[in-house]
Design a protein around this ligand. Sequence first.
Ligand SMILES: [Zn+2]
Length: 407
Amino acid sequence: MTEISSIPWACYKRLPARSSKISLQEKSSCPFCATEEATEIYRLDDFQFFEDQDGSNRALHRVVMCSLCGTLRCDPWYTPEGQAALFEKAGASYGHCDADERVRWILDNCGSSGRVVEIGCGEGTLLSKLPAGFQCAGIDSDPHLIRQAKERSPDIPFYCRSDLNYPELGQCDLILMFHVLEHLRSPLETLRALRAKVPDEARLVVEVPIVDSAIKYHGPDLTGFFSLAHFTHFSKFSLKRLLRRAGWNIIFQQDMEGYNGRRVIAVKGEVDETLPSRQEIMADIKTAQNYLKARDESLARMRRLIVRFSKESKILIWGAGHHTEHLDRSAGFFQSDCQYLIVDRDPLKKGTRVHGVPVVAPEGVPEELWKNGEEPIVISSYIWRGHIRDDLLRLGVAPERIVSFYD
Ligand SMILES: [Zn+2]
């Protein structure tokens, strides 16, 4: 094998965890009934969030089921400063959405004009694509995304805030919340505050991932349904319950095709604080258990594949996100006598190190390594795996060097 000297291969060295200068996490209570008592169903200790920071950006990822109502949540959850610090480098790890599909769906289901407010608007892509009949406003807590939204669509008012105090809400016809509720620490309070602010005839569109579709869309994925970025892990029952408790009645619901999303339209109704039936809770427990079983089976398959790497001296990994940390914490992928290099397209990750291994952009790797190297190249992502494979083939990598755990 030709040695290419300029490649910064390095051993994978996990530093001991060190306490952070700020408090990263705190105990949580149920987003539906406020009960603290719960049963642990999933746990990962000492999970590092992206680049090395002397062992201080580590957290406990623990999913629990509320003892009283069965709602799934993370406990502990992040403090506001902990959340800002740990997710600063998340970047492309959040995944992507199809704004065109959402625009078509709104036109089909919510009419072709009106005053629209999108909460969690990101870069404002969806609002910028709505036809001229709509008057739009967008809100997001991420200043970086709001800056991009303002540049993209200077005519639309965008607000960077995490409360609901802005004028457009009082006169809107339609509120959009795509994949927002699961991230919030107090989804019930947010839904209640929203109900108090918007006109009586306003309609609310909510979409969240649900555990009922977890096997279908996250079954084998190591990072999986229990995302570190989601506080509430909804089911179709717990979503409906939470909306009703906040005084929103579902008038339309659908499960999305091709990804894990349950989309509902709700209107103002009576507040219903009824606790779920035993039957509903049991159904949710069963669903979560089945999903975890599917993930465990995938992990066992992955471990069998990983044994094949025991003789390799160098391995290239594509992906510096949570999936790579899962490869260590869940699958035991890394070996002490092997050298690694991580490649990632995300500019936020380039130039960092993950457990001592440098992260470089694809352009930073000599062409020689792609075209003539013999090292295996591991795709460390579930949602982006197809794109990464295409990138590798375009770079001239021989298909037999590419390792995907999922195909
Ligand atoms: Zn509860």
